[in-house]
Write a protein that binds this ligand. Sequence first.
Ligand SMILES: Cc1cc2nc3c(=O)[nH]c(=O)nc-3n(C[C@H](O)[C@H](O)[C@H](O)COP(=O)(O)O)c2cc1C
Length: 414
Amino acid sequence: MGDLASGHRKSTHDMTSDARQHCTRNSRRVETADPMWETEFLGLKLRNPLVAASGPPTKDFAAIRRLSSAGIGAAITKTILVEPSVNPQPCLHRGPGFFFNTERCSTLPLSQWLREELPRLAELPMPVIASIGMTADEVSELAVPVVEAGADALELSIFTPPDDPGPMIRALHTVKEKVSVPVTVKLSCNVPDIVAFGLALREHGADGFSSIDALKAGLDVDPLSGAPVLMEQGYGRISGEAIRVLALYHVAMLNHYVGLPVIGTGGVMSGEDAVKMLFCGAQCVGVCTSLILGGADSVRVLLAELADAIKSSGHRSVNTLRGRTLESIQFPVDEVARQEYEHIIWDGVPRVALINQKNCIQCGKCFSVCPYGAIRNAEARFSVLPQQCQGCGLCVSICPVRAIDWELADEQER
Ligand SMILES: Cc1cc2nc3c(=O)[nH]c(=O)nc-3n(C[C@H](O)[C@H](O)[C@H](O)COP(=O)(O)O)c2cc1C
């Protein structure tokens, strides 16, 4: 990588002392956090772990100020380019359980970000991370002026083929040479092996990640006309509820195998979703679609829900619950097994389902869903037939009142 790093185009702003010193400036203006919320990300102090991910809610100073007033912990700007983007029309669509977009990067000219938006953002009582893209040459030109204008950290949003982190690595090299603020990389889940990407980027100097970006791609159709909802573009990137489980998986994998701090992003629509991200090891929780749909007011709702979710989980702070889920997962050491879980031979303890009669509301959902006919409906009560039960877990997941739990199969026989 040496020749790539030294071969970059030097900017006239290269490596001023102002840019180099900038990473220490943040702590001055962040409000004191409630101990429950105390969050640090790459040396930046946040009043809580909720971060506005790059997107329409962070399109300029006015939008980010509204989020800041509502109490968001930090914000990542809409991705700034050397030349402003032009959006297709339409570019946003809400469907049931998903969100589509074909929105491009920031439509504001770079000069406006440098002269107006970023200097005003630097006055807000929270860190502001500037997202810059999309090629190594472009971010090389943007990094120093954007930091000098007030960004506390940089996030690189780079066009990269699914099987080659090379463009991200080149971008990292050129940016890390020029600034000393933390530099994170926005990761897409459209890659075959997120761990391979994470490890390569760690080796080449990434300080952390935002994971995941909106997923490419989905299509929906108007059932009356048959027209694609995004009109002539046809398909768009997917975000919101539909990608939450993918995001949790990627955040857990990055935490376990790579170990750099992650802004866990994707499908967080409630405080309960946010707590799941923290359980999976996210340092902070990124939100975009829920802010698009709920506006700045949704920050207060999300924070109140998150406080409730933390208490319900029996924890006192984000720091005590962070990463707990990872302790229960048997992550394969072998790379082949890591990439394909069906190679893992299961050696857990056999279980059967057990219905707690005190909690059961007799809804019968377990009875109708059981693929093995292992639920009996007799004398106005539902119970498990242990010989038929395959321990598949479907009834446990479908019960609306958590009345079904596990019993070890050998205990049941006693
Ligand atoms: C309309 C829209 C615009 C977005 N624009 C950007 C962008 O400019 N840069 C970027 O890195 N991510 C962008 N994203 C991706 C989000 O930051 C986020 O990673 C993704 O939407 C998943 O989070 P969510 O499910 O909370 O929306 C955008 C997402 C949406 C929905």
